[in-house]
Design a protein around this ligand. Structure first.
Ligand SMILES: Nc1ncnc2c1ncn2[C@@H]1O[C@H](COP(=O)(O)OP(=O)(O)OP(=O)(O)O)[C@@H](O)[C@H]1O
Length: 330
């Protein structure tokens, strides 16, 4: 059974010109212990999807789905209290900027102590205090911080970006969540720090049997151990499935362009050479194209694309495109 099973998740909001779908029938399935990366340009709906999973969507918005199941339970059928209990117990989230997550007024020790579940420490007051300290050190060791004494007594502003992100991961995993959502955790980090954080997330997924949903704008920043990959554009699902197959033979022109863009931005391009990004810009909420929302920017678009494509499949890839690329030769 899938740990997370999302079918046709749609989020609509009312704007002066009418109702707009900011997430349009998105599907996502996630198994226990799986690493799944979600890629898309800014404004494609990645963070909204994460918010819908953890249940922090603006109450004025209309959230509908054929299925929004967590561990076999229907999240949409739960009241706020039940939903919070499930999310608080089973899920955790980390962000691009750990400073936004850590409390600037408290030491790291105070913040880790708060995250340690009360059930992990028992006995007298002194015993509990000692147990908390031991557990805090263990958590820091688990995220690769050796100099625990120095880090525990520090305030967030005294830590480097990489250490601060490791601390935020330690806090996030203290209650042993089943799912960690990492929203651009390595964006703007220098390559060696990025590699360390990527290795850490992969190690935690394996050692804690924890699923990781990684969100990023750049295909090159997905976790190398990503099993499944999803590409979103403008609130619509473009392509999803086995990460290796998608990267080798993308079916959707959007995936193809994201891969090319990533390859070129990470290589030494001669100055002024043209990046193979798609022409044009992501449309605003006021001007959403009908049908496939990539249509106006897609080099392969034809008349048919004003009708939203049904889902098609190829081996372990699912995609929404009338004119897929890299089709097998017949
Ligand atoms: N509070 C809000 N009010 C109105 N529109 C919103 C709000 N939050 C998000 N949106 C819209 O929903 C769409 C998706 O936003 P989202 O934040 O999920 O994008 P994203 O893919 O995470 O982008 P980024 O990579 O920049 O974080 C965007 O068009 C955005 O303008």
């Amino acid at each position: 059974m899938d740990l997370l099973d999302i079918r046709n998740l749609t989020i609509e909001l009312d704007m002066p010109q009418g109702r707009v779908r900011i997430l349009d029938r998105v599907n996502l399935q996630l198994k226990s212990g799986e690493i799944h990366s979600i890629v898309g340009e800014s404004g494609s709906g990645k963070s909204l999807l994460a918010k819908a999973i953890i249940g922090v969507i603006n109450p004025a918005w209309r959230v509908t789905a054929d299925r929004l199941w967590w561990n076999g339970q229907d999240l949409l059928a739960m009241d706020l209290k039940q939903r919070r209990a499930v999310t608080g117990r089973d899920m955790a989230m980390i962000f691009q900027d750990p400073a936004a997550y850590l409390d600037p007024n408290n030491t790291i020790e105070q913040q880790i102590n708060e995250a340690i579940p009360t059930g992990d420490v028992t006995g007298t007051f002194l015993r509990r205090r000692m147990d908390r300290k031991t557990r805090a050190k263990q958590l820091l060791h688990r995220v690769g911080i050796r100099d625990h004494d120095m880090v525990l007594k520090s305030y967030p502003f005294e830590l480097s970006e990489g250490i601060a992100q490791k601390v935020s991961i330690a806090i996030a995993v203290a209650h042993r969540p089943k799912l960690l959502i990492a929203d651009e955790p390595t964006t703007a980090m220098e390559p060696s720090t990025r590699d360390q954080i990527q290795r850490l997330l992969t190690k935690l997924a394996v050692s804690q049997d924890m699923s990781v949903l990684l969100i990023t704008q750049d295909v090159a920043s997905i976790l190398p151990a990503t099993q499944n990959l999803t590409l979103l554009y403008c609130g619509q699902l473009m392509e999803t499935g086995d990460a290796r197959k998608i990267l080798e033979r993308p079916a959707h022109p959007y995936t193809d362009s994201m891969i090319r863009m990533s390859l070129q931005s990470h290589s030494d391009l001669p100055r002024k050479s043209r990046l193979p990004t798609l022409p044009g810009a992501v449309p605003t909420l006021r001007h959403m194209p009908i049908g496939c929302r990539l249509g106006p920017r897609c080099p392969y678009a034809q008349k048919q694309c004003v009708k939203a494509p049904e889902v098609s499949s190829r081996e372990q890839q699912l995609f929404h495109c009338h004119f897929p690329l890299n089709e097998p030769e017949s």
